[in-house]
Write a protein that binds this ligand. Sequence first.
Ligand SMILES: Cc1cc2nc3c(=O)[nH]c(=O)nc-3n(C[C@H](O)[C@H](O)[C@H](O)COP(=O)(O)OP(=O)(O)OC[C@H]3O[C@@H](n4cnc5c(N)ncnc54)[C@H](O)[C@@H]3O)c2cc1C
Length: 457
Amino acid sequence: MSDFDYDLFTIGAGSGGVRASRLAAQYGAKVGVAEEYRVGGTCVIRGCVPKKFLVYASEYGHAFSDARGYGWSAENVSFSWSKLIENKDDEIDRLNGIYIRNLKNAGAEIFQSRATLKDKHTVHLEAENRDVTAKKILIATGGAPWTDESVPGHDLGVTSNEAFHLKELPKHVVVAGGGYIAIEFACIFKGLGCDVCLVYRGEDILRYFDTDVSVQVHSELKRQGIRVITQAVFEKIESQGGDQKRVTLSNGAEINTDLVFWAVGRKPATKNLGLENAGVDLDKNGAVVVDENNRSSVDNIFAVGDVTNRVNLTPVAIREGAAFAETVFNKNPTTMDYRFIPKAVFSQPPVGTVGYAEHEARKEFGEIDIYKTSFRPMKNMLTGSEERMLMKLVVDAQTDRVLGCHIVGVDAAEMIQCIAIAVKAGLKKADFDQTVALHPTAAEELVTLREKYVAPM
Ligand SMILES: Cc1cc2nc3c(=O)[nH]c(=O)nc-3n(C[C@H](O)[C@H](O)[C@H](O)COP(=O)(O)OP(=O)(O)OC[C@H]3O[C@@H](n4cnc5c(N)ncnc54)[C@H](O)[C@@H]3O)c2cc1C
């Protein structure tokens, strides 16, 4: 008989926490899980999933006008934000139910409560005002949106958390940020018919991506009428009565708007978690420091997912959770491989990318070859849309290995999932060349790129 109430207690029932807890329970551990908001976590409740529904909704905004080129007339179409949100919420409720059932069926006990650490084996459940003990503890609390509190009126803005529950669709939106969440929401609102202005402090949006991707997305945002202001930050936000706000920027510009949207980053959710009571080390960003086995500085406390601020994506949190459970509860030592993780930006047009950006590859491999093309996809020939597609391969000149693939254009995310298999497997450019094209598709360009790109002198 164990001296503890649980073999494993998990704080946070998001992507990482749920996967780890389910597997550990299936391997015979007695598992407790605390969730302060809703089981499913950010991805299911207020991240990837609801966002993708909003992306689908906004794509219809473009599709109705594109359809005219194909002979359709779509007059008097209308859109209901409240219907969209209602349908989205129904689906989120369904998924939330599935996550709860899966945890329970695996034998885990769920506590609807905020949980904090009292010491290295004791968890305090706030909702029940009681303590439970566990031999091992998993911190899987994810991250939370960050707003710049030094900006007067910062609280007049919303974050992605609230954006999924707006009562009405705004007419005008000012988005702060240049990362993927900022770009995705700028496109969502634009596609739904709002006037959108994106304000970013740096020179280039999507700065962690290949430069060609960043440039292409920037020009596509502008082409569809999103006002992009770079090298500026919010100086203050003032209420103008009702829903109206005025945003003053550091460059002196003033923008009147009815929605201010903060998308300037997320922070690991470690605040007031009591980690100091157990002696868990955090890094300068507040992330739990872990080793390759997801073990913190305290031997029985582990952490997975966004709270460790490694690669903050759902499939990564899930894999880390699985690796933890395999290692600790199934005698199957497993570590996560962080190389060649495919990534997407569900902008319009979307981005799909895997592997090295050109500048990263040059730094690490020295001599590299670039193959790239930019073209108007076939579908746009009848719609009249000037939207362009970018495809780029980054190749190691020594070995011919494809180090990276970057796509901006329709279905980029779907394509990159498949290309990621080839890139991860270490296939060469010659393997791409030997693959017969599938015609007529946009993706065929990836196997017909023959000319090395030579930068203009
Ligand atoms: C708007 C948005 C869009 C995104 N889009 C994508 C995408 O397209 N693709 C992708 O791969 N990733 C996307 N992400 C990132 C993805 O959601 C996260 O990487 C993923 O959810 C991380 O999982 P996690 O288990 O680490 O944390 P989370 O899923 O955040 O789960 C943490 C859980 O812990 C709970 N919690 C926190 N503190 C406590 C406490 N003290 N006690 C009890 N419970 C607590 C929280 O309520 C939460 O449910 C998106 C994120 C956002 C915000």
